[in-house]
Design a protein around this ligand. Structure first.
Ligand SMILES: Nc1ncnc2c1ncn2[C@@H]1O[C@H](COP(=O)(O)OP(=O)(O)OP(=O)(O)O)[C@@H](O)[C@H]1O
Length: 236
């Protein structure tokens, strides 16, 4: 069964009584790259975590097109600071496959294939914990993509990366998107948002302030806050 569309209605996530995000109404269609932007603390991370099901849903509904258990299997999440096992790059890549019951040799082959794909082919035996920030992020993305998720959430995956590493990560993401992986990603970098987005979700004060196709949002944002944010002004 297909996973998308995702239908979100009046969804709220709270922590100790305080609203982190919501109420949110949103429909994610099966195709495209949704980029989530907004000032610090506007709820980007919380929104992604709530959609993925790792932040508590206190009110409202989040419905995938298939049963929840199946939906969980078909999505992955890349954190801003990924945690690596103190094992080799190859082992870090093979691990999610082994967990899913893939035979050892096949997992190893796939791990090598993916290491190659993200430019880590020469680092197979290197301990993942000593990788540079950019290498680590590429490994985290490969580790998420290796099980071929239908949807991949990414929370600021390029926050600490320089231009070259960012370009490499964007290439990996573009390839995944072209291959049919649905991306939902937050970023602070407006250049990156413009390069990747087909749809933009603009967050403000825990709510979706504006949601529009990328071209519409960047050319003619409909709220003064989005206008100001795109201009680089401080928006509160
Ligand atoms: N674990 C937590 N406990 C308490 N408050 C939290 C927690 N996580 C987030 N918040 C609060 O929820 C609000 C939304 O935070 P969130 O991290 O989702 O925003 P963000 O847009 O991702 O911010 P940034 O751009 O700074 O990463 C903020 O006011 C934040 O302080």
């Amino acid at each position: 069964m297909p996973l998308m569309p995702l239908t979100v209605k009046q969804a709220v996530s709270r922590r100790r009584g305080q609203v982190l995000v919501g109420p949110v109404d949103l429909t994610l269609t099966p195709e495209g790259v949704t980029i989530v932007i907004g000032p610090n603390g506007s709820g980007k991370t919380s929104l992604l975590r709530m959609l993925h099901g790792i932040a508590r849903l206190n009110a409202g509904t989040i419905d995938w097109a298939c049963p929840l258990e199946e939906a969980r299997e078909k999505q992955a999440f890349v954190f801003q600071t990924p945690v690596m096992m103190r094992r080799s790059v190859r082992d870090n890549l093979a691990y999610p496959l082994l967990l899913g019951g893939t035979p050892k040799q096949e997992a190893r082959n796939k791990a090598e294939h993916w290491a190659e794909k993200v430019g880590l082919g020469n680092f197979l035996t290197r301990q993942a914990t000593v990788l540079s920030g950019g290498e680590r992020q590429k490994l985290a993305i490969a580790r998420a993509l290796i099980r071929d998720p239908e949807v991949l959430f990414l929370d600021e995956p390029c926050a600490a990366l320089d231009g070259r590493a960012m370009r490499e990560v964007e290439e990996i993401l573009q390839t995944a998107a072209k291959g049919g992986t649905r991306l939902v990603m937050s970023t602070h970098n407006m250049g990156q948002a413009r390069r990747l987005a087909t749809e933009v979700v603009f967050m403000l004060n825990g709510k979706i302030h504006e949601c529009a196709p990328a071209a519409t949002f960047f050319e003619t944002p409909s709220t003064p806050q989005a206008h100001a944010f795109l201009r680089g002004d401080i928006v509160e």
